[in-house]
Design a binder for this molecule. Structure first.
Ligand code: 4NP
Length: 151
């Protein structure tokens, strides 16, 4: 399984999702590839946001080595499953992928624990640290469900 986690900037939410799922994949002894990307490309080449790094570190995860990149249409050829953090991210994925968009590969991350409810992982970018902890917990629960479902 190749899984891609996608948000807007690839500096707050999807780096956490990549780090958390990769950690759970390793713990489960699975041979999955996990990556992340952002739809807007504004932070290409940057490490995850300091607060995402800090909150991850507090939970024992080092995500400092990640590097932001923009989502590209060809990602539909490389990945089996593409998880979007929010509905606006799905819209952007559609716009970027155009004819390569494959709805069977795209899912809102939170639908793994609240099927069909189309809940968003809120963007913590504008807010203080507690928002990053909330986001961490939401993503962690969804990643636990993904492992249980596909392992
Ligand atoms: P993320 O948060 O999508 O969770 O990485 C954002 C970070 C930066 C921006 C938007 C969202 N930005 O527009 O710069």
């Amino acid at each position: 399984m190749n899984i891609l986690m996608v948000c807007l900037g690839n500096i707050c939410r999807s780096p956490l999702a990549e780090g958390i799922l990769q950690h759970r994949v390793n713990q489960a002894g699975l041979n999955w590839r996990v990556d992340s990307a952002g739809t807007n490309g504004y932070h290409t080449g940057e490490a995850p946001h300091q607060l995402s790094q800090k909150v991850a570190k507090a939970r024992g995860l080092d995500i400092s080595g990640q590097c932001s990149r923009r989502f590209i249409a060809a990602d539909f050829e490389k990945y089996d499953k593409i998880y979007a953090m929010a509905r606006d991210v799905v819209d952007e994925i559609k716009w970027i992928a155009k004819g390569k968009f494959d709805p069977s590969k795209v899912e809102l991350l939170m639908n793994e624990i609240y099927p069909g409810e189309n809940r968003d992982v809120p963007d913590p970018w504008y807010g203080p640290e507690p928002g990053y902890h909330d986001v961490y917990d939401m993503i962690d629960s969804a990643c636990e469900a993904i492992i249980e479902k596909y392992k």
